[in-house]
Ligand binder design. Structure first.
Ligand code: ADP
Ligand code: MG
Length: 314
C-alpha cells in the first residue's frame, strides 16, 4: 500500500470513530489470527448491578449492606461502585430496585455520615478488599480471598454462589469478624452487538478468546452466551499479558481488546491493542487503536479496513 492509501484508510477509520495510531498497526491487523477480549466492560456493558444480597448469619439486611459499602467506599473497582449504589439506595429509600452503579461519590458518602469509618483499608487486586471496623476484620471479594484468609464457606453458601455463577453473575462474599456473613450477586449484561461480532470474526477465520479475572463458572456462562469457546478465567491482573504471549508463540498475530487499567499490559504486549473509547486513560494510551463508539462491531471494521488497504488477492 502507498502512503496515500494508508492516509486514506486512517481517515476512513477516523470518520467511523476508529482511531488508528500509525500505519504499522493498520498493516498488522489484516493478518490477525486471535482476538483476545477482556470480559468486564469490553464484552459486557460494564454496568454492574447488584441483583441479590443475602445474609447467612441473621444479620439485618440494612446493616449488612452498610458494612459492605463501608468496606468498598475507597475502592475504584466497578464492582465496588455497584455495591455502593445498591447500599445507598437501600439506606435512603429502603428499596434497592432502581439502584445502578452510575452516579455516586464515595467521598460524599463518608462525609454525609451514613457509612462506617473503616481503618487499614487495602485493595487486593484480583481478589477484593479488606479493612477493619472497631477492630473487626472485614473481607469483601471472591472465594480465593476467603480461602486465603481461612474463612469457612458452608455448603449452603457455596451452593448459593454456584447458582449465581451459573446464571452468569459474579458472587461477592463477605466475611465479618472471620465469619462468612453474606453474599452479593452482581450482573453485568452483554453488549448487544457482542454475539454478532463474535460470529462475524469466526466467519472471517479469526478465533475469538475471552480473558478475565472473574471466576471460571461465571466466565464460562458469559462465554456461552456470547459464543466464545476459548476462555481463560481467574487470570490475575499481571497475567493477561502472559495470555497474549502464549497465543503469539507460533508467530501468530494477536489482537487484544480491553478497557481497564488491568488490560494495559496486555494491550501493549499484543501485536494490535484495541482500547474501548469509554475505557480508562491508561488503556487508551497503551493501545494502537481506540474504538470511540464503544461498539465491538468496530473490531471487524478495523480488520476489514486493513485487509482492503493492504491485501492484493485473497
Ligand atoms: P476483570 O478481569 O473482570 O476486570 P479483576 O481482576 O478486576 O477482573 O477482578 C477479578 C475478581 O476479583 C472480581 O471478579 C471479583 O471477584 C474480585 N474483586 C476485585 N476487586 C474487587 C472489589 N473491589 N470488591 C469485590 N471483589 C473484587
Ligand atoms: Mg474490563
Amino acid at each position: 500500500a502507498t502512503p496515500t492509501a494508508v492516509m486514506v484508510a486512517t481517515g476512513v477509520g477516523a470518520n467511523n470513530g476508529v482511531l488508528i495510531k500509525g500505519g504499522d498497526a493498520l498493516e498488522r491487523v489484516q493478518r490477525v489470527k486471535y482476538v483476545i477480549f477482556d470480559k468486564t466492560g469490553t464484552l459486557t456493558q460494564g454496568k454492574a448491578t447488584v441483583t441479590t444480597a443475602k445474609t447467612f448469619t441473621g444479620m439485618e439486611r440494612g446493616e449488612f449492606l452498610k458494612l459492605v459499602a463501608s468496606a468498598e467506599a475507597s475502592s475504584e473497582h466497578p464492582l465496588a461502585k455497584a455495591i455502593l449504589a445498591y447500599a445507598r439506595h437501600f439506606h435512603f429509600f429502603d428499596d434497592s430496585s432502581a439502584a445502578t452503579g452510575t452516579e455516586n461519590d464515595a467521598e460524599n458518602d463518608v462525609k454525609s455520615g451514613w457509612l462506617f469509618d473503616v481503618s487499614d483499608f487495602s485493595a487486593l487486586p484480583g481478589r477484593g478488599v479488606q479493612c477493619f471496623l472497631d477492630g473487626k476484620h472485614i473481607l469483601v471479594g471472591n472465594r480465593k480471598l476467603m480461602v486465603e484468609n481461612g474463612i469457612h464457606i458452608s455448603t449452603e453458601v457455596e451452593n448459593f454462589v454456584v447458582e449465581l455463577e451459573e446464571s452468569a453473575k459474579t458472587g461477592i462474599l463477605v466475611a465479618y469478624n472471620d465469619i462468612l456473613t453474606g453474599v452479593l450477586g452482581i450482573a453485568d449484561p452483554l453488549k448487544r452487538e457482542a454475539p454478532v461480532v463474535i460470529e462475524g470474526l469466526q466467519k472471517m477465520g479469526v478465533t475469538p478468546v475471552m480473558v478475565t479475572g472473574d471466576n471460571w463458572r461465571t466466565a464460562r456462562a458469559v462465554a456461552k452466551e456470547v459464543g466464545i469457546q476459548d476462555v481463560r478465567a481467574e487470570v490475575m491482573p499481571a497475567g493477561k499479558a502472559d495470555v497474549i504471549r502464549s497465543f503469539q508463540k507460533d508467530g501468530n498475530i494477536v489482537a487484544m481488546v480491553g478497557d481497564g487499567i488491568n488490560d494495559s499490559p496486555a494491550l501493549a504486549a499484543a501485536d494490535v491493542g484495541m482500547a474501548i473509547g469509554a475505557g480508562t486513560d491508561i488503556a487508551i494510551e497503551a493501545a494502537d487503536y481506540v474504538l470511540m463508539r464503544n461498539n465491538l462491531e468496530d473490531v471487524i471494521t478495523a480488520i476489514d479496513l486493513s485487509r482492503k488497504t493492504f491485501s492484493r488477492i485473497r
